[in-house]
Structure formats: C-alpha cells, structure tokens
Design a binder for this molecule. Structure first.
Ligand code: SF4
Length: 609
C-alpha cells in the first residue's frame, strides 16, 4: 500500500507569459509524474483554470472539497513566486508539499527555507516521485531533500533513467480545460523524444537537470505520436527536445515510421543547433513530409568572441548554410539571439539586428542573457555581483536581471527595443500603396514589440514608450537605406505618403514614402515641432495603454485559437463562434479597431495636448 494515496499535481505557471502560442503550457512535466504513479495512487487530480489567475482560487476550492495528502508542484525559475503561492495554499489545507522541477533542483536548500515546503525532489522526477509516493520521505529514496532538526537532509543524487523507453507516456487524459479543449484534445501539444543534451552552453540549465543525451527508440516515439494524431484536426506539435536532431539516423527512422503509418497531420516545430541542420541535410525532405514547419535556431550572437564565452560552437558558415537548406525545403527558421553578455559593448549589440536581417530569417527573437540558477553564468554573475535582482518573476529571457561591464538593465531594455525596431521589415511598408496599409503594418509591428516589452513587469507604460521611441531615433541615426523597385509601375502611389509615430507633442517621427519612376523610398524624418501631419498618426501613449489593457490570458486565448484556425482553415465556424462569444476577446478587438480609426482620424491634426 502506498504511503501517499490522494495526490494533486500542479505546474506553477510562469509569472508572466511570453506572448507566443507555443509557450502556453500543457503541463507535460506533471503528466509524466502522474503516469509514474497512476497505478499506485488512489486518486490523482490537477486543478482547473490552469491558464489564468483563477488557478489559485480553483486550487483552494479543490483542496477544500477533496482531501489530498500530497501536493506536488513543479516549477521553473520564472514561475517560482506562483509555486510559493500554491505551496502556501496547499500547506494551509494540511497537505504534504513537494516541489520539483528546474528551480528546486538548482536551489533545493533555498527552496526548503520556505515554511510551506516539506520536501524537494532533485533532478529527473519520475522514478524518485514514484518511490516517494510508495515509501514516503525516506533516506532510502535517492533524489530527495528535506528539513530535519534545523538541518537539510539530502539523500544523494539518483542515477539517471538510462532506459528512457521505460518511462510511461504522459497521462494527457488528466489535463484540465484550456481554451475550450481538454484532456487529449489539446491542439497545441508537446512531446519529448529525448532527454539531455551533448553540449554545455554557459547559459543553459539543461545539463543540471537531465545531464547527458538519451534518445527514445523510434518505435516508442511513434507509438506516443500515434495517440496524439488526429486526421481531422491538424495540431501544433512541439518536439521540445533540447536538440531533436542529435542522432540523425534515429530521427530518420521516426520519419519513416510516421510516413509509413500516415501519421503526418501535424504542424511541427522544434529547436536545434545550427550544425545539426547541416548534418541532417539528407533527411530534411522527410522531416518536411511529417509536418516540420518551423525550426528555432540558437544563433545567439554574431560575435565569435561572445560565442566562445558562451561555449557555443556555431560557425557562421553553418548558420547561413542551415538557413539555406531549410529554405530549400520550405521550413521556416526562427533565429534566437541573446544580448547582454558581460563583455559586449553597446556598439556590438547594435550589430545584432543587421546580422539577423542579413541572414534572411523571417523571425528573430532578441532575448537578454538570464542567469538561471543551475547554469554556469549564474555562478559567474553571482560571483561578480552583476545580478541586479532576485525577483524570479523577471527570469523570463525578456527582462534584464543583470548588469554588464558596459550596460545597466535600463540600457539593456533599450537595446532589446532597438533590436526589434531595427529588425522590423520596413520593405514590407514599401509594398503598401496607401497610408491605410502603412498604418496597419506599423500598428501590427508596434503591437508585437510592445507586447514583448510588457513581459518585463518592471517597466511601466512611460518607460516602454520612451524605449521604443529612443529605438526609432537610434535606428534612424544608422542612416538605413530602405528602397525597392516597383515592377508593376501602374501601382504608382499618387503622392507622398506619411505615417507619423508620435511620442509626445514635440517628439515624433514621420515615415515618408515617395515614388520616383519605379523606385520607392522610405525616409524617416524626426520632428521636434508641432507641424501638422498630412497622414495618419499613431500615438505611442495610446498604443502602449491599449496593449496594457489587454490581459495576457485573453491574448493567449486569441493566439491559440488563431493557431488552430490557421492549421485547420476549413473549421472557421467552429473556431470563430466560441472566440467571438468571449467578451475579453471582443473587447480586445474593439481596442485594436479604435486605435486604427483614431490613427486615421488624427490625420492633419497637430497632437498638442
Ligand atoms: S542551449 Fe541548447 S545546445 Fe546549449 S546546452 Fe542548452 S540545450 Fe544544449
């Protein structure tokens, strides 16, 4: 008979969600734990309202209604304040509280200082958690830490699960309602086909948790994918391995089996190393056939010295080659860059967006280096007293928590804004034949930038407005040449088109398109006067306020629905009706339309208040 019988599992949500559907959690980590104990526990439960602030309330109600002798909370660093809140609720309801995941694994003694935490599971959880449920907190169970007589007992590291095919598939049927889908229906799902990573980048905590690379057998992977496959609903499947392409022959066999069994109704995205794409050249066609659509590449930096310090051995030739190969197979590339390495200057950081543009990638994410506990750089930044805050809510890759030799957190915020503003595709504006089209493109681009900056909870509306405007001025200072040849000369714009981005009454930038013959140019003209604009005006204060008024939950709901719809366009009615029935989504839509209309109406006005 098991020591713990009634178990509640909960994954602490990130304090601030990054606004991309792929970051919406499907709590796969705790589903692995659920599967590990399902035949020894009397009951297993996950609280409702998983993806919004009502989680805490539903968790409290659940524990009042249903006795859970064990509550297990999984936490990344960015979700740790939420984990603490959940642990306090669980403790006040008399449960034994266990924490696990990346953050407790990196800092078990720190986590155990919390009164509300009874025990920490260190490292990979499945085998340890099962033994804990069977035997209770015991020195016989490897991988545990707890408090005893004012000291902390560590039972020692448990050997890794080498036979990873023996790990039970995650118990997806337990998943709560998420944006209209439940259990195994989720249209954005995650699978891990391997654990660990053969590399050891200085900013990554993967090694601390999973250590060396272990791949599941192709047969085992395909058996799990078969359970997720739905011929009538194309899902976004995130193959969320640290490096999916580590063993090319294994991946090829997975592709062959999926193709053979017709399990290809997926849109797949994954992340990998640049070099692995080059090594995988011969199987890229098969990967496309099984649905691979997007690959995130950790390019990190254009600066070889920084790459060396990060222990990242990307060769520049490999980066271009990988992007060319994926383009050849119609696979999209997303480039991930990390600014703020301690040795880089402001001038070096300003090279990032130009480098990313030159590579020809459609999407680049400019993150800031974040010293997560458990990484090598955590030790380095801690030692050099360069960590500026231990507010874990800010540990999300988009909020600077460090200072460097050359930049403080405020300069890093400005650099991140600069990278996004400078990476924006201004040539797409040149394709617009009128000011309305230009206005929509600018609004879309600005919304994305401001939503990303909002991930940094320490920034208010004014700081974001200042950083974005400063970024435009900086970009303008680089004298960019933005022009194109219009092949269809009948598409001549009638006159000079202008869209103004207004920071405040005496600070604005006019974006001016002119056409001479078949050549169109976009010029950026700074304005420090009150001259009326002849075109639409985007007021940054209104735009930023509009973004702040939208809850991240509403945005994620909308993005997830759009993702489902874009993968299944024939299901328009199924998607739109529940979406339009949501009041928060309707309110958000009204705000966007109002900003557009106000931009048009402002035409010809001086913004003087
Ligand atoms: S960043 Fe990627 S390649 Fe580097 S250690 Fe982490 S998982 Fe491995």
């Amino acid at each position: 008979m098991a020591y713990f019988k009634h178990i509640c599992l909960v994954e602490a949500p990130q304090a601030i969600i990054t606004p991309f559907p792929r970051y919406v959690t499907d709590c796969i980590g705790i589903l692995y734990l659920a599967a590990a104990v399902k035949n020894i526990a009397d009951s297993l439960v996950i609280p409702d309202n998983y993806y919004n602030d009502r989680l805490f309330e539903s968790f409290r109600i659940l524990l009042k209604k249903r006795r859970c002798d064990l509550v297990a909370i999984s936490s990344m660093t960015g979700g740790f304040s939420n984990a603490k809140r959940l642990a306090e609720i669980a403790k006040s309801n008399g449960s034994f509280v266990v924490l696990g995941g990346f953050h407790p694994t990196a800092l078990p003694d720190e986590v155990l200082k919390l009164e509300c935490v009874d025990l920490v599971v260190v490292g990979e959880g499945e085998a340890t958690f099962r033994e804990l449920v069977q035997k209770g907190p015991s020195r016989e169970v490897k991988g545990l830490a707890w408090k005893e007589d004012g000291r902390i007992v560590h039972t020692g590291r448990r050997p890794l699960i080498e036979e990873i095919d023996s790990i039970a598939f995650p118990l997806r049927s337990l998943r709560p309602l998420r944006y209209g889908e439940t259990g195994s229906e989720y249209s954005i799902d995650t699978i891990y086909t391997s654990r660990g990573c053969p590399w050891s980048c200085s900013f990554c905590a993967n090694n601390r948790m999973h250590q060396h690379w272990r791949g599941r057998s192709p047969e085992n992977v395909v058996e799990e994918i078969a359970l997720l496959h739905d011929p009538k609903k194309k899902k976004l499947l995130k193959i969320w391995d640290a490096n999916f392409l580590t063993n090319i022959n294994r991946v090829e066999k997975i592709c062959d089996l999926l193709i053979e069994r017709g399990l290809t109704n997926f849109k797949i995205m994954t992340e990998t190393r640049v070099k692995d794409i080059v090594r995988a050249e011969r199987i890229l066609g098969k990967l496309r056939t099984i649905g691979l659509q997007t690959v995130g590449l950790g390019i990190e930096s254009p600066n070889p010295r920084t790459l060396e310090l990060m222990n990242k051995s990307n060769a520049m030739g490999d980066v271009s080659r990988a992007i060319t190969l994926m383009g050849r197979h119609a696979i999209d590339t997303e480039g991930y860059f990390v600014v703020g390495h301690h040795s880089e200057t402001l001038e070096e950081t300003m090279q990032y967006p130009a480098f990313a543009k030159k590579l020809g990638i459609p999407l680049a994410l400019f993150m800031v280096i974040t010293p997560y506990p458990g990484t090598k750089i955590y030790e380095e930044y801690l030692r050099d007293e360069n960590i500026t805050t231990f507010d874990w809510d800010l540990y999300n890759n988009f909020s600077p928590v460090i200072k460097t030799e050359h930049m403080d957190p405020a300069s890093l915020v400005r650099m991140m804004a600069y990278c996004n503003v400078a990476f924006f595709d201004y040539r797409s504006i040149l394709k617009k034949d009128n000011e309305r089209g230009m206005l929509v493109s600018f609004l879309y681009g600005l919304f994305q930038i401001v939503f990303l900056m909002r991930v940094n909870k320490s920034l208010g509306e004014k700081e974001i407005r200042d950083a974005v405007f400063d970024a435009y001025l900086r970009y303008l200072g680089t004298n960019p040449v933005i022009d194109c040849i219009v092949s269809d000369t009948s598409r001549k714009i009638q006159r000079v088109s202008v869209v103004r981005i207004q920071h405040s009454p005496l600070r604005a930038i006019d974006f001016v398109i002119e056409q001479k013959g078949d050549r169109r140019t976009l010029a950026m003209v700074p304005r420090f006067d009150v001259k009326p604009s002849s075109g639409p005006i985007i007021r940054l204060d209104e735009l930023v306020a509009g973004v702040f008024s939208v809850s991240m939950d509403t945005l994620m709901h909308l993005l997830c629905r759009v993702e489902l719809f874009s993968n299944n366009p024939g299901r328009l009615a199924d998607q739109l009706i529940p979406l339009l029935a949501d009041r928060a989504v309707r309110t958000m839509g009204r705000k966007l339309v109002s900003l557009y209309v106000r931009g048009l109406l402002a035409k010809g006005l001086m913004v003087s208040e």
